[in-house]
Design a protein. Sequence first.
Length: 322
Amino acid sequence: MIYAAKSGRCEVAPSPPSLILHLESFSIHAIVYMVIRMAMNELLGLDLTQIEIIDLEFPRTADMPEFPTHKPTYAYTLSHRHEDLSGKQGVRSSAFGQLHGTEHAGTHIDAPSHQAESMMMCGGIPVDATTETPTGFTRNSVDAIPPILARGMLLDVAALKGVESLRPGYAVTDADLAACCTRQDITVTAGDVVLVNLGNARHWHDEARYLHSPGVAVSGSRWLAERGVRAVGSDNIAWDLPDEFDRDLNCYLPGHLLLLVRAGIYIMENLNLGPLVASGHDQFLFVALPLKLVGATGSPIRPVALVPRHVGEGCARARREP
């Protein structure tokens, strides 16, 4: 059972005639098959300790980086404390709080309703009083995004350029992405989730530097759209270069127009790619679950990469010198 690249439906595929699930000889298709079969109670003897989960979410705090227009980003208020009813209801007490913030703060995913071209959203859906309401969107909202389970690929542009972090304002081109594939000996195919490492995650605690980041050029976004990927993500605030205006497309954030509006490809931002880069894996099982925030244009996510715990031959590629 696999996700269809464009439809988001689950389609049943026949099992390979001989599929050997040796985690030491890593195959991302084998791991996808393995996890789904396990969910069907057909691999009850699998040793789950051999799978490592790499967390790609940044911690959510009130001071995490964000554009001024999106602030306040996040706040948690402990509205009910254990002391409030202590001793009044026996030995048990409870505490709970309230969340405040924006849907596009921290590690998150953009829904198709987040962007429009000449007041038309993805799928030719107009932005009008029937689709855009005071309580959110009735079409293309984030609650319509299904759970994402797909082959993930890390294209390490920072390593390609021989640096830990690309310089501010650097635009990742189609040639850069193609060069990463050649260098890493991987091929991007339809339905993949492609994560682009800019090395910007290391500046997470320096808001000014994090916001003044590298990004993906128009040619890079077009290159990914042409390959029919399911979703893209990077370790910066906006995927694109926020201050760059594209004259041909007549807009800022042209990657958002190409990917979200024209191609229906989800964009994930503020990914913590540092641990994944350090692991040496550039192929993995990618999992992300957007919250069902009805009508919202985006959602916080906690994306993860599933990889074999022990790196073996063909299992991962360490960052090579350019």
